[in-house]
Structure formats: C-alpha cells, structure tokens
Design a protein. Structure first.
Length: 130
C-alpha cells in the first residue's frame, strides 16, 4: 500500500520537475579516419569490445591469444593463405581459424557491423606491422 503510493508520488514528482528516470551512457563514436592502431586500442568498437580488451601486442595472454608478431606468424598459419588474408578473415569470421589453446566463439562475430571496409583495412594493416 504505502510503497505503491511512494512510488507513484516519486514518479509524479520526477515528471513534474523534469528528472529523467533512466540515463543511458553515450555510445562511443568511431572516427571514420581512425588509424589501425587507434582502432586496436579502442576498448569499444560499436557495440563490441575492442581488440585491446582481449589481445596484447606483447607475449602475454589476456583473454585471447597475444598478437605479438602476428604479421609474420599469420603467414605460417594456413598453407597458401597470405598473412593479410588470414588476419582479415580472422576479423571477419573469428571462428574460421582457432589456434591451439584458444576458445571458439569467444571473439565477437560482427565487427563488420561496427567497422567500415576502410577501418577494417586500417586494422589489418596495423596488425600486419606487428
């Protein structure tokens, strides 16, 4: 009884004085001209976590495998596939290649929803340089 009345009065007063009931955090914008390094280091890419959240560029393992030397290591992963092709496909289809010791379905599958083709190119170029 009294709890319902208190909630109704609170809702009424909030509406009268313009207090917003819910506040949503703003979605971080990805600059269209972001470099691959900037994209890698963003903690959020659209609605997905960014690369740096799960991958390191040194020899430490965070949640996903380290990307240290990925530019050269990727060349050796799939016979007949270039390092650039391997990195691009790993971004676009994260479960296409699961390296030993890694967990399938851990990496978000839809970076193409968050990144433009130019941003994906920039990220691939950055990772190739590692």
């Amino acid at each position: 009884g009294s709890l319902i009345i208190l909630l109704l009065v609170s809702a009424f007063l909030s509406g009268c004085i313009g207090i917003e009931q819910t506040v949503e955090a703003p979605v971080p914008l990805i600059p269209p001209d972001a470099t691959g390094e900037q994209l890698y280091n963003m903690p959020v890419l659209g609605t997905q976590v960014g690369c740096v959240t799960c991958h390191s560029l040194d020899d430490t393992t965070v949640l996903g495998p380290s990307l240290q030397d990925i530019g050269s290591a990727a060349q050796e992963r799939i016979p007949g596939m270039s390092a650039e092709e391997y990195i691009r496909q790993s971004l676009l289809e994260p479960n296409a290649f699961i390296i030993e010791g890694s967990t399938p379905n851990l990496m978000p599958p839809n970076y193409t929803d968050a990144l433009t083709e130019a941003q994906i190119d920039a990220l691939v170029t950055f990772l190739m340089s590692q």
